[in-house]
Design a protein around this ligand. Structure first.
Ligand code: SF4
Length: 256
């Protein structure tokens, strides 16, 4: 598995986001997340270890140096993306870091969008909700509208997470969000799952109609996963799912 060994990484060409400068608010030597997705490119969560997150000041200083350098080289990112070794909203100073990033973006690369890739598990917290409302691309995970499937694929750490909880809290953004769904099939500890079945897609589309995202991003496995028995869903299948969502009026992008 690949861990990001820096606070700022890239810029990299992202399948979904363009030229993306990444920010990793998690430790550089551990993966920490409130999900433990079977497909996570960073592997399973690191346990039983002490770890340190970068401070707000460190992130601001390193980001400013990087953005200034990029501006001097006329290399302007399309997007500044919070991703990295786990769930970025776990950082205790997440909202302040978002505020700093927006200030720096306005100073050095006005056209770049500030994006957050989050798993949706902490959107009930007012400071996280407020921070995510400030960013340009509030990209939130929703992998299945059927509880057993979501829990099997995403392995939530917190007991409060279930599909109905996610839908109710995602609705609170009143459409100012992008839903991201990974489609896959597989087996884990004797249980099989497939979030592409007719029943899954019907439930997922109903959930999308409740949540009303401004965009939907669907994608499939791209790199090594911590679980071996996973099957990549083909681009053709993703396109078929996308057509169904587009028929209901959604703006859908596919990365296969
Ligand atoms: S939410 Fe993202 S970082 Fe967390 S386990 Fe899932 S894929 Fe990995």
């Amino acid at each position: 598995m690949i861990l990001f060994d820096q606070i700022i990484f890239g810029p990299i060409h992202s399948r979904r986001l363009g030229l993306s400068l990444g920010i990793n608010l998690l430790p550089v030597d551990a993966k920490i997340c409130s999900f433990n997705c079977l497909y996570c490119e960073c592997g399973f969560n690191t346990t039983m270890r002490e770890f340190a997150m970068p401070t707000r000041e460190q992130v601001r200083e390193i980001l400013e140096v990087k953005l200034r350098l990029m501006a001097e080289n006329s290399e302007i990112p399309d997007v500044i993306t919070f991703a990295g070794n786990g769930e970025p909203t776990l950082h205790p100073e997440f909202e302040g870091i978002i505020d700093d990033t927006i200030i720096l973006r306005n100073l050095w690369c006005q056209q770049a969008k500030v994006s957050v890739l989050s798993n949706s598990t902490r959107i009930h917290k007012p400071h996280i909700f407020n921070a995510l409302k400030k960013v340009d691309c509030n990209i939130l995970k929703f992998d299945s509208a059927i509880d057993n499937t979501m829990k099997l694929i995403d392995q939530p750490v917190g007991k409060h997470i279930n599909v109905q909880w996610l839908i109710e809290h995602l609705k609170r953004f009143e459409g100012k969000l992008i839903i991201q769904t990974m489609f896959l099939r597989g087996e884990f500890k004797g249980q099989t799952f497939d979030n592409t079945t007719d029943a899954e897609i019907a439930a997922w589309l109903s959930a999308m109609e409740e949540i009303c995202p401004e965009q939907i991003m669907i994608y499939s496995i791209d790199r090594e996963t911590p679980v071996q028995n996973l099957e990549k869903v083909s681009v053709d299948e993703l396109n078929t799912i996308a057509e169904k969502a587009k028929a209901r009026g959604f703006d859908v992008s596919v990365s296969g």
